[in-house]
Design a protein around this ligand. Sequence first.
Ligand code: PFF
Length: 520
Amino acid sequence: MMEKREHWGSTFGFIMAGAGSAIGLGNIWKFPYITGINGGGAFVCVYLACIFFIGVPVLLSELALGRASQRGPIGAFGYFSRKSSILPKVIGGFGLGLSAALFAFGSNGLALMVGLIGIAFLVKGWSVAGFCCTAVAFLILCYYIIIGGWILRYAILAFAGKLSFATATDATGCFLGMAGDGWLSALLTIGFMVPCAGVCYFGVKKGIELASKIMMPVLLVIIFVLVIRSLTLPGASKGLEFFLKPDFTKLTTQGLLEALGHAFYSLSLGMATMITYGSYLPRQRNIFSAGLWIVLLDTCVALLAGIAIFPAVFAMGQSPAAGPGLIFNILPLTFNAIPGSLGWLWNGLFFLLMLIAALTSAISIFEPGVAALMEHAKFSRHKAVIVTAGSATVLGMVICSSVLTWERIPGVEALFQTLTGACRASLFEQIDYLCSSWVLPLNGFAIALFTGWIWGVSRASRELYRRGVPATTLERTEKIRSLFFMRLSVSFWSIFIRFIAPVLVLIMFLYAAGIVKFTK
Ligand code: PFF
């Protein structure tokens, strides 16, 4: 039997859960590094512009779509699309035409994906966009839990004082040993999946909201402690300079698109989570201010992460690296070497910070699958959680067996080779590439088009500002006073969601999929 839709208990709880989704590994291991190499403060300015002009409108659209329909992505798109509209048929037909052209040019993988989406649009209409959001959330979950498992191990090792390495080579050896050991990775993956599924098992209010209300303040305290420790190290200023000194000569078109892509990823857009979290909002809450709080927290934590990491890295004589290299090789060396006998504590706090960030994000990407099973297969929450956890763990195990190379699954490599021409180094990288470069921007494009043109900006904006009927005179005066700002921001929002966001997100897709290239 379908259960009654659950709701957040408070706006604070919703903001903590939303910020928990947005604040993830992207903030801590990707943002600081791409900022450093793309012109520091100059890149931060561009990133903030992307967040403000594209991220905020799309985030508000996702939250409004979910809240207005009180459904997850598949139901939400279906709920607002008109049966008589011929647009899905036009999109489907266009997709098939594009697919044929891509086959002719030899891009078989892209052609297959576009062709399948085209057919699905012809048959099922806009719900397909909701399905793509939910499917990509599930796929990201499958490899995110592997990284979560590694972080879990490093956090335990750090607090036990066993994460000290003499050289960067030792640190790299330790990481590669763990990642190359399929059984160990699989065990760690399960260790990370259990608390993640456990939280969702208890539901929206008693599970996700409660866990976020506990974990997010702890995360904020830890990051402030690390920032203070890092900034008070001798030689910290060089790191700050690397991270924040504006250098406009280093800004390239690629850097701009990287900023846009990261703004998107950082706010967890296009991956079903914000629509699903929005659908748990009761009618009387104001989405606009809650959405802005989520953006503010996400951006501040990204900046604080850079301020916690780079001064320490430079003060300890290390050089910054990207992605896993920074987290698993450079940072254990860095924090452990901090003078005094507390190296283990700084290391432990850093990995605890990462663990919390990864857990709250993984929970948010776990929930759309659960919501879809509850809504469309009429599962109970408990059954939906068990099925989602079980299937993600099984697929996670297959990915675990080939985190570094395709060696253990040569057949799958051959399949990807045929479909996409060239493959990435492993199944893990291949899925990450497909999700973040192809599917996420396409989903964002669909969300912006749908809200701006199908659902319509006037209906969407009414949903954004919906509040309880003002009860007191003071509330009424406040409402009138904020009306002017409301109108102003609605017109601003509607221009961005209808025109600017779809165009920029489409360019981001073409660039990320390698169809459009820039020399500078
Ligand atoms: N906003 C998240 C981050 O910056 O890491 C994106 C995310 C990735 C959310 C993976 C959830 C997830 F499982």
